[in-house]
Write a protein that binds this ligand. Structure first.
Ligand SMILES: Nc1ncnc2c1ncn2[C@@H]1O[C@H](COP(=O)(O)OP(=O)(O)O)[C@@H](O)[C@H]1O
Ligand SMILES: [Mg+2]
Length: 318
């Protein structure tokens, strides 16, 4: 990877860095947005502006006469196809994934359904429980422990490790607080790793693999957001063949879900050595301490170059 990434975007372009928004991750998004905005300024895009997303965003985008939107939003409305749809209508080319892949990947079950159609993308066995269905009956074929997950939340919200069928009911009710639909997945004993996928000259490539070892039993909210509660191993210490396999699967999953420009694919590597894809994040965190900037840095891509790579991928649906 060269030290500097060539710009494909006119330096005089007016770029709206979209941040904040209406999701539970608004504050993280403001930190991502600030980082991206400052990088754009350093890269010479002096006409870039930070734009706080709220209910008036359509008017703000029209009034601002922006040439591009840099998407630093996370979660609902920013990562699920909503803002992407608005930008399509306004014909403002934007960074990252488009409407369809954003919507698919926001939903952990529908992501798995799309990936299940591909060869060689291992997925943990799971059931999808829709509102009103009999959770006991539906989980009868699963081996405990299992994981209950609200189908479209992030930050480990509403998720529980369920050791026995007796504990299932309360865990299911906890997930229902967030979404009507709940994904119940067999618990994979093993290592949590995450891999970025980026695009250069029309070709997708994987970043280095980051392994995260939480002090808690799994990577829950506390481990994610409390300094010192997790250990980061970068690059992950996996055998060379497994490293290649995880990277290949990450790119394959990104492409199968129709992602564009950037994503971060999360895996659980079982003690059996099988790398199970658990989700695709279509608007990964871009704060100074986020995973993707760290994964990129270790392969020689500075934060500013990462922002340039993502900006170069801006576009509209064709
Ligand atoms: N099937 C599973 N088995 C074991 N741990 C899991 C499983 N699914 C998720 N986890 C753990 O829960 C964390 C969050 O899960 P994930 O599906 O990535 O949701 P989120 O959108 O909240 O990041 C993971 O980082 C991992 O530590
Ligand atoms: Mg995750």
């Amino acid at each position: 990877m060269p030290n500097t990434i060539q710009s494909k975007i006119d330096k005089n372009s007016k770029i709206a860095v979209l941040c904040g928004g209406l999701s539970s991750e608004a504050e993280i998004s403001r930190r991502s947005g600030k980082g991206c905005y400052e990088a754009l300024q350093r890269l010479g895009y002096k006409n870039s502006e930070l734009v706080e997303v709220d209910k008036n965003i359509a008017q703000k985008l029209k009034d601002g006469k922006y040439d591009y939107a840099y998407n630093a939003l996370h979660g609902k409305y920013g990562e699920d196809g909503c803002i992407q749809g608005l930008l399509e209508i306004l014909q403002i080319p934007y960074t990252g994934c488009g409407v369809m892949s954003s919507a698919i990947c926001m939903n952990k079950e529908f992501t798995k359904r799309v990936l299940a159609a591909c060869d060689d993308i291992p997925l943990a066995k799971s059931v999808f429980v829709r509102k009103g269905q009999d959770v006991k009956k539906m989980t009868a074929e699963l081996t405990f422990p299992v994981f209950t997950k609200p189908v479209s939340e992030g930050s480990s919200f509403g998720m529980t490790k369920v050791n026995t069928p007796q504990e299932l009911d309360s865990a299911y009710k906890e997930a229902l607080k967030y979404n009507d639909d709940v994904l119940i997945e067999e618990f994979i004993n093993g290592a949590f790793v995450t891999v970025g996928v980026l695009e250069k000259d029309g070709k997708n490539f994987a970043t280095e693999i980051l392994e995260i070892r939480p002090k808690n039993e799994w990577y829950d909210y506390e481990s994610k957001y409390t300094p010192g509660m997790s250990e980061f191993i970068l690059p992950a210490e996996l055998p060379p063949e497994l490293t290649e396999r995880v990277k290949d699967i990450a790119v394959k999953a990104h492409e199968a879900a129709g992602c564009r420009g950037v994503s971060r694919v999360d895996f659980m590597i079982g003690d059996n050595g099988v790398p199970y894809v658990i989700e695709i994040n279509t608007s990964p965190g871009m704060t100074a301490t986020s995973d993707l900037p760290a994964q990129s840095k270790v392969m020689g891509i500075s934060y500013d170059n990462l922002v340039q790579i993502i900006l170069n991928g801006a576009g509209l649906n064709k």
